[in-house]
Design a protein around this ligand. Structure first.
Ligand code: FMN
Length: 338
């Protein structure tokens, strides 16, 4: 069992945000999967992402690796709000936390996304006493801000450029200072040199302040490391036939219609481990007690039980995966639990 602010994640294994956590049927199947202690939705926006045939995924034919050109979910946040309400209030299933992944590069739109999630949490609080008399259901909902999708044209992942990220962190911080029960995390991209990590930790530390009883608190309860590695390329002879997209143009030898996409799975496991390790070390060595308390969710190339163990050894409190889910469905979590 791992406590991440208001979330109790047991076992500490989750799906990370991805195309296979997109609709209600997929989320319900994940929610009912006994091997995972929390679920994460695909990244939602206010109006839904305009998805077309250029947005897809290809599966490597030599390892558990993917390359994908997806943007965000075509479903708007309003759909996820209703689905999450249904999952948490429908009787029968064991209660587990739901991490709602959201994004927008516009601080005002992010504020609106947060306000919709806070309304959901108010509704959940209102029905909690009648539920099983003990649990405050609002504490089962967390927000993960996706700061790291590599596939959005003319919108670079803000976590690579602090002046783009800070206005978004300010909005998250505002919400947290108003309601300290809110659990907030950041989905980060893979970083490749030390000052990228230390600059981010220094930036987060600026939001630490004394809360109730003068105990230091910080708006950010967890960092999910990492998203896919952008600008990656696979050719059609490197991927499974079911994942190739027929194309008549000159670039038809690329596995993705866009050519470039985000790399996930075995091929980026070492980089993800390095990111988890570096953040864990930096957070642990902080002199600020609130920064020390930030948890790392390790994601990237977790495709077998050994990789899951390596993530914990590198410093992850909770471990997640996406590519394995794409290859094997929820059965993948049984494999990780062996
Ligand atoms: C098809 C696909 C879609 C994804 N969509 C999202 C998304 O909507 N939001 C997000 O934060 N990460 C998304 N990811 C990234 C994953 O959550 C994860 O960070 C990354 O794939 C590395 O983990 P893995 O090696 O287990 O795949 C996606 C990954 C894949 C493969």
């Amino acid at each position: 069992m791992v406590q991440v602010h208001s979330l109790n994640i047991s076992p500490p294994l989750i799906n990370s945000s991805c195309a296979w956590a997109s609709d209600y049927a997929q989320l319900r199947e994940l929610y009912q999967c006994a091997e995972i202690g929390a679920i994460t939705t695909r990244t939602a926006t206010l109006k839904g992402f305009n998805q077309d045939e250029t947005h897809t995924v290809a599966f490597s034919n030599t390892s558990v690796t993917t390359v994908n050109s997806y943007g965000y979910s075509p479903h708007p946040l309003a759909s996820y709000i209703e689905w999450v309400y249904e999952l948490l209030t429908s009787s029968g299933a064991r209660l587990k936390p739901v991490i709602i992944s959201v994004t927008d590069s516009d601080p005002d739109k992010l504020r609106e996304l947060l306000s919709q999630i806070q309304s959901l949490r108010s509704r959940l609080r209102a029905v909690s006493s009648g539920h099983d008399g003990t649990s405050d259901l609002s504490r089962f909902v967390a927000i993960e801000l996706n700061t790291s999708c590599p596939n959005i044209k003319s919108k670079p992942p803000p976590a690579y450029t602090l002046p783009l990220l800070k206005p978004l962190l300010n909005v998250l911080a505002e919400s947290f200072y108003e309601d300290g029960t809110l659990t907030i995390g950041l989905k980060l991209p893979p970083y490749i040199y030390l000052t990228q990590f230390s600059d981010l930790v220094d930036c987060l530390a600026q939001y630490s302040r004394a809360g109730d009883k003068e105990i230091l608190t910080i708006p950010f309860a967890f960092l999910t490391c990492t998203n896919t590695l952008g600008s990656s390329l696979l050719f059609t002879d490197q991927v499974l036939p079911r994942s190739t997209t027929p194309s008549s143009d000159v670039q038809s030898s690329f596995a993705l219609p866009t050519g470039l996409g985000g790399l996930g799975g075995d091929a980026m496991h070492s980089l993800a481990l390095g990111n988890v390790y570096t953040f864990s070390q930096l957070l642990a060595s902080s002199e600020d007690a609130a920064v020390k308390d930030i948890k790392v969710i390790g994601v990237g190339g977790v495709t077998n039980p050994e990789a899951r163990k390596r993530m914990h050894a590198a410093g992850a409190s909770v471990v997640g995966c996406a590519t394995l889910l794409g290859f094997k469905g929820v059965e993948g979590f049984k494999l990780l639990s062996q």
